[in-house]
Design a protein around this ligand. Structure first.
Ligand code: PCA
Length: 326
């Protein structure tokens, strides 16, 4: 008899101490690849905090920024396999797996925030379907600011990029290098500063945001504001992990995701302006590309779109129809 009383007394004590009923708590790890201060990561933390608040602590999400849990290219598979319940990827990294993921990494297909949002709406149903087949669910996506070229030496045309050690982060940023005769080296953002410091790379194409995150002005002198494309980061969740949540918690996750998507887009637009100012303040020359450089890059974009359409087949055509560009 006595033995049975002890656990009861213990849980009564626990209740008294916590002051609230003991609720089942779920903990998720969310793998992310960019620095904690990057606007995507800040937005992710806010997303996690919102969920903590609206579920009264029932779902706790730990954001692991800066590729501390998984490296950028590994995050998708980690979420798929449930090693991390959730994660943030950049779609363009997965173009070789499925061309539709790479549509927002193509130069000049969608090169403004408005076009990028339109392309996202066209990609979304296809991507949601694909992710469901892969055992995942799309929570939200946010565009990076437009991509420009960072170099050591001034560029008058694409010919000035010949032989340059060009840092790529995706299949299409490698392809650009090949098409202009540069030497592509794939390096993810978490290792970019080091690659520059050790001379492994001497040019890259990315946003003002990453330029500031990785202090590119310490090694590179020019930023050509080409506004070539706006790749998107996407937050994914393992479907099984999501399905295990009770309905109110699922709703809280979806609501926080919708808020994060809107907040992230606004943050991206602001960061786009602020970071170009920061680059200048740190001595970088922020330059409008010459007509020749623009024309050369446009040609690269045309070639890449053609190649993409060939590889993407009927799905690619369906995407272009939905985007209104076929
Ligand atoms: N920054 C990331 C991807 C796109 C961007 O603007 C990077 O350079 O890796």
């Amino acid at each position: 008899m006595k033995r049975r009383f002890f656990p009861l007394a213990a849980s009564a004590l626990l209740l008294a101490l916590s002051g609230t009923a003991v609720v089942a708590q779920t903990k998720w790890d969310l793998a992310a690849a960019y620095p904690a201060t990057n606007f995507h990561s800040v937005n992710l933390q806010q997303f996690a905090d919102d969920i903590d608040k609206t579920t009264a602590g029932k779902l706790k999400i730990t954001v692991h920024a800066n590729a501390s849990l998984f490296k950028a290219p590994e995050i998708k598979r980690a979420v798929q396999g449930g090693q991390a319940q959730a994660g943030e990827i950049i779609f363009a990294n997965f173009q070789n797996e499925w061309q539709i993921y790479g549509a927002d990494g193509l130069p000049f297909l969608a090169d403004s925030y408005d076009e990028s949002t339109k392309l996202y709406q066209a990609q979304k149903p296809l991507i949601e379907k694909k992710l469901a087949e892969q055992g995942m669910r799309l929570l939200y996506a946010v565009a990076w600011p437009p991509q420009g070229i960072y170099t050591k030496k001034p560029l008058t045309s694409a010919a000035d990029l010949k032989g340059v050690k060009w840092r790529a982060y995706s299949p299409s940023t490698s392809r650009i290098a090949e098409l202009v005769g540069a030497q592509p080296v794939t390096v993810q953002a978490a290792e970019l500063s080091q690659a520059l410091a050790t001379g492994v790379v001497e040019a890259t194409m990315t946003s003002g945001a990453t330029g500031v995150d990785s202090k590119l002005y310490e090694h590179l002198k020019y930023y050509y504001d080409t506004q070539a494309w706006l790749p998107k980061n996407a937050v994914l969740v393992n479907k099984e992990a999501f399905d295990k949540l009770d309905k109110p918690t699922q709703d809280a996750v979806l609501k926080a995701a919708a808020d994060a998507e809107a907040r992230g887009l606004a943050a991206s637009k602001k960061v786009n302006v602020d970071t170009l100012e920061k680059l200048k303040a740190n001595g970088m020359q922020v330059v409008t590309p010459s007509p020749q450089l623009k024309a050369d890059l446009k040609k690269v974009g045309d070639t890449m779109l053609k190649e993409w359409l060939e590889k993407a087949g009927s799905e690619g055509k369906a995407l272009m129809d939905a985007f209104g560009k076929s």
